[in-house]
Design a protein around this ligand. Structure first.
Ligand code: GZL
Length: 329
């Protein structure tokens, strides 16, 4: 009798051990019911450290991984696509359970994403999108709707000049060339202002999302373009660099040249509250908690939405004064 009971117990334990080790496909582990979660390892390739937004996003990802008990292998690509491709290949070699990344530009990802797919390692896009036609190459895209952000910027400008028929000369500091936020913030803004010919973008150039480049390009705009009425900068950091250039040219930012930016990081919100920026469209970097939830589901083979859009708002100068004390980033 005793022998029968111990044989049954042994069989039960063996069955449990096999299911909790998962299918063995590509080293992913799947938690069985009652088998307990084994630690998930995530390979994360970050764009770089180009802006206040990026710093806040990195902090959110790293802190959320810790809270979620996810082992994070983090790599900073210094805004170079080849570094991101190298990092993803390294994560495949290391047989991580899931890969997440913010693609610095939209194109050129299919080959390395196919390698991850062949290795049966799921990929999550976070923050920025890719233009791959094959949407099976990634499980989901978590991030903002950049076209909507550009439209919000345009809608504020249309409202601001609704009673004027004068020409409105706009200069534009674009984000990183080829990146989803740069392409889409430009397209959304143009879609709205294009309805009225009084709005003219008289100069547009990339400032690569950095303060230094934003200042440099704005200095060139001020020299080459007379009568600038408005600056549309695709992020706060370029707008803050441009403010330095505008003040250096003896003009008053927010008055002589109205400024619209995107992100709503603390330094941008402070400039908005101080009247140097006129309107900011929020783009939240706090994607960490949602990313970790999605990663756990994906590793377990659970269904996740193909697209998760970040909730975000806009700020006027008065709203910035109210919001500043409680801003997390
Ligand atoms: C937007 C993000 C952009 C920010 C910039 O989601 O990719 O990159 O707007 C950052 O500040 O550099």
């Amino acid at each position: 009798m005793l022998k029968r009971i111990s044989a049954l117990v042994l069989a039960g334990l063996t069955a449990l051990a096999v299911t909790s080790c998962g299918s063995g496909s590509g080293g992913t582990t799947s938690a069985s019911s009652g088998g307990g979660d084994s630690t998930v390892t995530m390979g994360f390739s970050q764009v770089g450290a180009e802006s206040g937004w990026r710093t806040a996003n990195t902090k959110s990802v790293q802190e959320s991984a810790k809270t979620a008990g996810i082992t994070l292998k983090f790599s900073d690509a210094q805004q170079k696509q080849e570094n991101q491709i190298k990092a993803i290949r390294s994560f495949i070699q290391q047989r991580v359970d899931v890969i997440a990344f913010s693609p610095v530009v939209e194109s050129g990802w299919d080959p390395v994403l196919k390698e991850a797919q062949n290795a049966k390692i799921p990929v999550i896009l976070t923050d920025r999108a890719v233009d791959s036609k094959d949407t099976t190459l990634y499980k989901t895209f978590l991030g903002s709707d950049f076209i909507e952000e550009g439209k919000k910027a345009g809608q504020w400008l249309v409202e601001e000049y609704k009673d004027s028929t004068d020409k409105v000369n706009i200069v534009e500091l674009q984000g990183t060339t080829g990146s989803a936020p740069a392409n889409d913030r430009k397209a959304g803004f143009q879609e709205v202002i294009g309805a009225d010919t009084k709005f003219q973008i008289v100069a547009t150039q990339t400032g690569d999302f950095t303060r230094a480049k934003g200042k440099e390009v704005m200095e060139a705009f001020l020299k080459s373009t007379p009568d600038i009425d408005v600056l549309y900068a695709h992020n706060d950091d370029m707008g803050l660099g441009a403010i330095e250039a505008i003040e250096g040219a003896g003009k008053v930012p927010g008055k002589d040249i109205k400024i619209i930016t995107v992100d709503a990081v603390k330094d941008g919100m402070q400039a908005l509250a101080d009247g140097k920026i006129n309107f900011i469209v929020e783009c939240s970097p706090l994607l960490g908690p949602q990313l970790m939830d999605l990663a756990k589901k994906v590793v377990k083979g659970e269904e996740v939405p193909a697209r998760v859009v970040t909730e975000e708002t806009t700020f006027t100068q008065d709203q910035a004064k109210q919001a500043l004390p409680s801003r997390q980033y």
